[in-house]
Design a protein. Structure first.
Length: 230
């Protein structure tokens, strides 16, 4: 009945799971492989971290030509692992995608499509060679203590939500609201503390500590400003 479009074929490909509660960083092996490939693609300096320019190049490719605003870059540096220069590491990159996928998996699938991946997490350009079909040995998953329970996968049959699932969903809603509040009031210590509390509840202790430290810094500035006015 005529030649079928590539998109129709894509729609027939079964989606792979993105999250795995037992995988490193809470991600499935195949998704981590994709993220490792993407990270390596944009890490032009091959130093194991994304500089500001490299991060912007990634954002433009993944976000339909839109780059990151300064406050968005600051948030990434605050919430996810960076090196001593404040550049996003591979671990931080994976933490970022774990949070996004847990909250809005549809956004992650859009990113993957723009970055050249099919729903089965294979490159649209063609299958990987056999030796590249698994994550590097150093990235092999152990039981990830920091990984929250995975969200329901697209192709899996629906499961009844447990009390823990409901609690996690509430925390993620609070984190999104806190981030929105902080974006509107980036100099508010209370906004940063709210974000820190949500991150702490999710088990992101390092990111929570950075948020609390930023809140302390802002409170110090507010106190100094109040004294100078008096």
């Amino acid at each position: 009945m005529g030649k079928k479009s590539g998109r129709a074929k894509d729609n027939q490909i079964k989606k792979e799971h993105l999250l795995d509660p037992n995988g490193q960083y809470g991600l499935s092996d195949k998704f981590r492989l994709c993220l490792s490939e993407v990270f390596e693609r944009f890490d032009e300096g091959k130093d194991g971290a994304l500089s500001r320019d490299e991060l912007q190049n990634f954002a433009v490719a993944a976000n339909a030509g839109n780059n990151l605003q300064d406050d968005e870059v600051t948030q990434l540096q605050q919430f996810f692992e960076t090196n001593s220069k404040g550049e996003l590491t591979l671990k931080g990159f994976m933490q970022m995608y774990h949070m996004q996928t847990t909250a809005r998996s549809s956004d992650t699938w859009k990113d993957l499509q723009r970055l050249g991946y099919l729903p089965n997490l294979e490159p649209a350009s063609g299958p990987r060679p056999p030796q590249a079909s698994t994550p590097p040995a150093a990235e092999k998953p152990a039981a990830a203590a920091e990984a929250p329970a995975a969200a329901a996968e697209v192709e899996a049959p629906p499961k009844p939500e447990s009390k823990a699932d409901n609690q996690k969903a509430l925390i993620m809603d609070e984190l999104r609201a806190a981030l929105a509040a902080m974006k509107g009031q980036p100099e508010s210590a209370d906004a940063h503390r709210r974000v820190g509390a949500a991150l702490k509840a999710l088990g992101r202790d390092e990111a929570a500590a950075r948020s609390m430290q930023q809140a302390d810094t802002l409170e110090g500035k507010e106190a100094a400003a109040a004294v100078s006015v008096e």
